[in-house]
Design a protein around this ligand. Structure first.
Ligand code: PMP
Length: 436
């Protein structure tokens, strides 16, 4: 594989900065080395950029593109709906069918309410939990990301050394300009430490506990055996609403998400990303007893584009495919090969690495010699080193997130994974001396 160049992308991003701030439209698209990229099209597991590079893509739009970039069935379903209606400001049969599919696939989903983005769905779930319990305080965990708004952007990417003692954490805002009082009723805790959490819940004043049931955003980490079960039990005992944020894991790690795979059912769950393969769909799904509080209209939830018909048609086509027996098996196999292959490539080069998570979404953490059990365990990750690796990898035609996550699609087959692993080995040998 020859080394690719990205000069046109770099020039375009620079020139466009006169109108589009920084040349990008999300902070997650900034700081990409050697440059943020500009794309022309996507095909299956590949993206084509304006320099003429055909890149194997593991960004997958930051998670949604689980069926790859051009799934005929999803595109045809959306096209068909484009001809008959873009937005009704009322109901369509499509949203009822989409909700029924979620209810069939997801254990907690007795009722569903669609929303515009993962961030918005999280706001609804927290508002609902507060209304139902009549309590204000919410617990979230360090390193767990639930959207970019003031109320939940706490201790998400703070350097661990600024988080204070693990038993008495200091909550840190995640953005300049953040309205600090919006976090007044948010308590942050270190994840995967059952005793501290259970003790806090016993006071009986917590409206909701929200978590990524498997941590994906900061670095592929599973709950310790028994942790989720213990939290589930104690939330039930004290009337606290347990919310799993399945924006990444939902429909991706299996048809029923992380909750099905792990065998623990929350009261509410948040879905987005893989639910509609790139179309903007998000949802709160949960127990009827909790969700039905939305029906009397006393809890405000709006959104002009909620359950937008074209997006709903795409969601149905996507979920139809993901509901088929064995739909996730190929990703399971190819993801496992990748996890093992990437781990060997670094280990054989003498570079400490921990690869964690599900085959469909895993994270590579350089520089760790011990398995982390929460965000604080990621303190020693060699982020700068990993960025050098992803930049080198891009030169070999493979696009992976600088933050360590790898997303798989049904289109990543044997040949593509073989090619990826050769690129990984080439990139590792290029940067190895800097990473040891
Ligand atoms: N929760 C989790 C777990 C996420 O990963 C994300 C997005 N990365 C969000 C919430 C926010 O979703 P959105 O970007 O659709 O607002």
């Amino acid at each position: 594989m020859e080394n690719r160049t990205f000069t046109r992308s770099a020039e375009r991003v620079r020139a466009a900065s006169s109108t589009v701030v920084g040349g990008v439209n999300s902070n997650f698209r900034m700081g990409v080395a050697p440059t943020p990229l500009v794309f022309e099209r996507g095909e299956g597991a590949y993206l084509l950029d304006i320099d003429g590079n055909r890149l194997i893509d593991y960004y997958l739009g930051l998670g949604p593109m689980i069926l790859g970039h051009s799934p005929r069935d999803v595109i045809d379903a959306a096209k068909q709906q484009l001809d008959v209606g873009l937005l009704y400001g009322g109901q369509s049969e499509l949203e009822y069918r989409a909700a029924a599919l979620i209810a069939e696939m997801v254990p907690c989903a007795e009722r569903v309410r669609f929303a515009g983005s993962g961030t918005e769905a999280v706001q609804l779930a927290l508002r609902l939990a507060r209304a139902v319990t009549g309590r204000s305080a919410v617990i979230k965990f360090e390193g767990h990301y639930h959207g970019w708004v003031d109320s939940v952007l706490w201790s998400t990417s703070t350097p661990p050394e600024q988080l204070g003692p693990e038993d008495d954490p200091v909550k840190q805002p995640g953005s300049a300009g953040q309205d600090l009082p919006a976090g007044q009723n948010v308590e942050t805790m270190s994840w995967n430490r059952a005793e501290t959490l259970l003790e806090r819940l016993r006071k009986g004043d917590i409206a909701a506990v929200i978590m990524e049931a498997t941590m994906c955003n900061s670095g592929g980490i599973f709950a310790r055996p028994g942790y989720l079960e213990a939290v589930r039990e104690e939330c039930t005992r004290h009337g606290t609403v347990l919310i799993f944020d399945e924006v990444i894991t939902g429909f991706r790690v299996g048809p029923g998400g992380a909750q099905k795979r792990l065998g623990v059912t929350p009261d509410l769950a948040i879905f987005a990303k893989a639910i509609a393969n790139g179309f903007t769909v998000a949802a709160v799904a949960g127990r009827g007893e909790v969700m039905d509080r939305l029906a009397d209209g006393s809890i405000m939830h709006g959104g002009t584009y909620n359950a937008q018909p074209v997006a709903m048609a795409a969601a149905i086509a996507t979920m139809d495919r993901l509901a088929r027996p064995g739909a996730h098996d190929g990703m399971e196999r190819q993801g496992t090969r990748l996890m093992q292959g990437i781990e060997s490539a670094f280990t054989e080069a003498g570079i400490p690495v921990m690869v964690g998570g599900y085959p469909q979404i895993f994270t590579v953490n350089l520089g760790l010699t011990e398995k982390p059990c929460n965000y604080r365990g990621l303190a020693k990750v060699n982020k700068a080193g990993y960025r050098k690796f992803t930049a080198a990898l891009l030169g070999h035609g493979v696009r992976a997130l600088e933050r360590g996550a790898w997303f798989l699609s049904t289109e990543h087959d044997d040949a593509i994974v073989d090619q990826t692993l050769s690129a990984v080995r080439a990139a590792v040998s290029e940067v190895a001396t800097e990473l040891r």
